[in-house]
Design a protein around this ligand. Structure first.
Ligand code: NIG
Ligand code: FE
Length: 419
């Protein structure tokens, strides 16, 4: 199968040799070739360039020529933070919030994550897998071409392993890159547990099993007042190091309690949420970004800010401090029941003042790097899988943010095949 896409209004994120990620100040310079062409062969990117340098077609056999006039082509979205495996929606809690309760009040009354855990425990693995397949296929059709998925609604050894096996099944069934994260410390289960004793149990009992069965690429904890302390989170991250599993943590969603500096010290790959960012958190991230050490991504989740009406992560300050920023959906039944990355990019522009190329870089190249798949996703390069988004005709990339009620994606291709 051979395709030639021509007259592309803007080909975004195409490189002969792509960088692994972009630091804050570089994000606005994410590559965009105006009036471009792109060749795809056997599901892979073959070549690309500007129409002014188009070499012409030598071999017409089996070639499908697609006229992309007015449309942009982007790398498929890379969603580096989701809880896509869950048993049931929590729309009743949404209604309770509309009637005046807060997310925290609902959680304290046994709703929230504990509510999801009860539903998950009761659901047979096959049904959990079926619902996850359905959601995954839906987000792929919306343009997602690489995704990270967390456990964390198990809250028992058996149920956590069930979630992780479902993610493993998705990995084997779908060709897009999928990364799994063991979110062992998400909420304290009901009963005899404290945050400290549950963390100790996770470290002693669950983590070794998860590592032995190779069910997790990353480890995660909800480092937050009322959930897991900085010390609990640090203990989990250090224990995971012994199994060579890196951290990607939920931190500073409601309170800045010191998780940022600790996470950086513990060499996490990403710090996610950061709706509350103190001046010392920002300087710690800036210092790390200016060092020669491996990057620590700040991953903003605007769908969660929107849905819970909490502050948006100050990504403008983070990017100005040269911190590499990623955008992800946080797709989950409680705080962000949407896996639509185009919507996240739109919010990045409107609510977080990101330039179109900054928002797109955060949702592609940096999202890929924030889940360790930048060698195969997040940019368009010869030899890579043709996982691409073709937009509707639009006057500029800013239309992705401007036309906020419209679906900007016209077609999605995975391995060169339209979804
Ligand atoms: O990222 N903050 C912790 N975890 C999820 C939401 C969990 C839930 O409400 O189900 C989040 O927002
Ligand atoms: Fe989350």
């Amino acid at each position: 199968m051979r395709m030639l896409w021509k007259n592309i209004k803007g080909l975004v994120g195409a490189y002969e040799l792509p960088p692994a990620y972009l630091k804050g100040k570089e994000m606005r310079g994410f590559s965009c070739i105006e009036n471009a062409w792109l060749a795809i062969e056997d599901g892979k990117i073959a070549d690309f360039g500007a129409m002014s340098d188009f070499p012409g077609i030598v071999d017409w056999s089996g070639l499908e020529v697609v006229d992309c006039t007015g449309r942009f082509v982007l790398p498929a979205w890379c969603d580096s933070h989701t809880h896509l495996v869950f048993a049931a929606p929590r729309d009743g809690e949404f209604l309770a919030r509309l009637e005046g309760k807060t997310y925290q009040e609902i959680a304290e009354a046994g709703g929230g994550i504990l509510n999801s855990a009860k539903a998950l425990e009761a659901l047979p693995e096959e049904e959990l897998l079926n619902s996850a397949r359905f959601r995954l296929e839906q987000v792929i059709r919306q343009g997602t071409g690489a995704i990270e998925i967390k456990s964390g609604y198990g809250l028992s050894t058996e149920a956590e392993l069930k979630m992780l096996r479902v993610i493993a099944a998705l990995k084997s069934e779908y060709s897009i890159p999928i990364r799994s994260t063991f979110l062992g410390c998400h909420a304290v289960p009901e009963g005899k547990w404290t945050a400290k004793s549950w963390t100790a149990h996770v470290i002693a009992e669950l983590l070794p099993k998860v590592a032995e069965e190779r069910l997790a690429d990353y480890v995660d904890a909800f480092c937050e007042t009322g959930y897991f302390s900085v010390a609990d989170t640090e203990a989990l991250l250090k224990a995971a190091h012994a199994f060579a599993i890196q951290g990607k943590i939920h931190v500073n969603q409601f309170n800045a309690i010191g998780g940022v500096a600790m996470g950086i010290d513990c060499q996490v790959l990403s710090l996610d949420h950061l709706e509350q960012l103190s001046a010392s958190d920002l300087s710690a991230l800036a210092l790390r970004a200016d060092s020669e050490q491996a990057p620590v991504f700040a991953c903003a989740l605007p769908g969660c800010s929107y849905f819970l009406s909490i502050p948006y992560t100050p990504v403008r300050s983070l990017m100005d401090a040269n911190v590499p920023v990623a955008l992800a959906t946080d797709y989950n039944p409680g705080s962000a029941p949407s896996g639509n990355m185009s919507r996240v990019v739109q919010m990045g522009m409107v609510k977080m003042k990101m330039h179109p190329l900054e928002a797109i870089a955060a949702a592609t190249i940096n999202g890929a790097a924030a889940m360790g798949v930048s060698d195969v996703a997040g940019t368009i390069a010869p030899g890579r899988s043709a996982n691409l988004v073709l937009t509707k005709p639009m006057s500029g990339l800013e239309t992705l943010g401007y036309a906020f009620g419209e679906e900007p994606v016209e077609k999605v291709f995975i391995d060169g095949v339209q979804q």
